[in-house]
Design a protein around this ligand. Sequence first.
Ligand code: ATP
Ligand code: MG
Length: 264
Amino acid sequence: MPESEVIMEKNKNSSKDTKELTLKTNISGFDELFSEKGVPKGNSVLIAGGPGTGKSTLCRQICYNLVSKGKKCMYVSFEESKERIRRSMESFGWNVEKYIENGDLLIQKINPLDILRMKFGSIGGSGSATELSYKIKPLVIPKDFNPDVIVVDSLSAIIAASVTKDKNYRVYLQQLFSFFEETGATSFLITETDPLPDRYSDSGIEEFLADGIIVLYNIPKKDERENAIEVIKMRYAKHLKKIVLMKIKESGIKIYPDKHISIK
Ligand SMILES: Nc1ncnc2c1ncn2[C@@H]1O[C@H](COP(=O)(O)OP(=O)(O)OP(=O)(O)O)[C@@H](O)[C@H]1O
Ligand SMILES: [Mg+2]
C-alpha cells in the first residue's frame, strides 16, 4: 500500500478535515523539522528526555496552539494537578481558562491508584494477567469528546501503575498503543529517560510500537546549558536528522532547525 494510503487509512476517523494529513503545531521551528510541515495525524509520538528538558512545556504548547485554532485536546497528567498545569501554561502567557471552560481543553489528573482499581475492578473469568490487561482502558475519554490531540504526561507513570514487567508486558503495551490509534487522535506520550538516552522508553519496547520518537536534551556548554531537540523517527514523514537548538523562552518554546548542536 502506498504510504499516502496508509496515512488515509490511519486517519479516517480522526479529523473533520480529511484532506489535511498533517498536524500543524504552529510552534516556531517545530513543524519545519518535517518535510510535510507537521506531524502525520493519528501518529503516536514519544516525547523522550531527561528531567527538565521541556517535555511537558512542548506538549502544553502544542495543546494551547491547537485549542486556540478551534481544535480539541486532552492532557492527562499523573503527577501535576489540573490547577498547576493551568498555572504553568498561564506563566507562558497562554490564556487557557476559556478553553478549559468551553471544554476544548480537557485536563485530567489521574491517580495511578485509580488505574490499579480499574484493573482489579474489572477482573472476570480466570483473572489471568493477559485477560486483565485486555480490559484495562488506561484513560477514559468522555463520550462525544473527540480530541485531535491526546497528551499523556507521562507514559512512564501509566506503565508503572498498570503492569509489572512480566511476560505480558509486550501484550499490554501493544494494547495501549492500539488504544491510542483507535482514538484517531495524534498522541504525544512523554517518557522519562537518561539525559543522553540510548533508549527512549522504560522497556525499550515502546519505541518500536510508537510511530514517532522526539528527544529533548539539556546539554551542558561551558557555563550554561543549552536545550536541543532531535527527531529520531517519524513514520509516514521525512524529517530532519540532526540535533538542533531549542529555546524555552518566556513566551514558550522556539526551535531553530538551522542551528545544529553537538552533544559532546
Ligand atoms: N514560565 C516559564 N518561562 C520560562 N521558562 C520556563 C517557564 N516555566 C518553565 N520554564 C523552563 O522550562 C524548563 C522545562 O520545564 P518542563 O516542566 O517542561 O520540563 P520536563 O521535561 O517536563 O521536566 P520533568 O521531567 O521534571 O517533568 C524548566 O526547567 C524551566 O527552566
Ligand atoms: Mg514534565
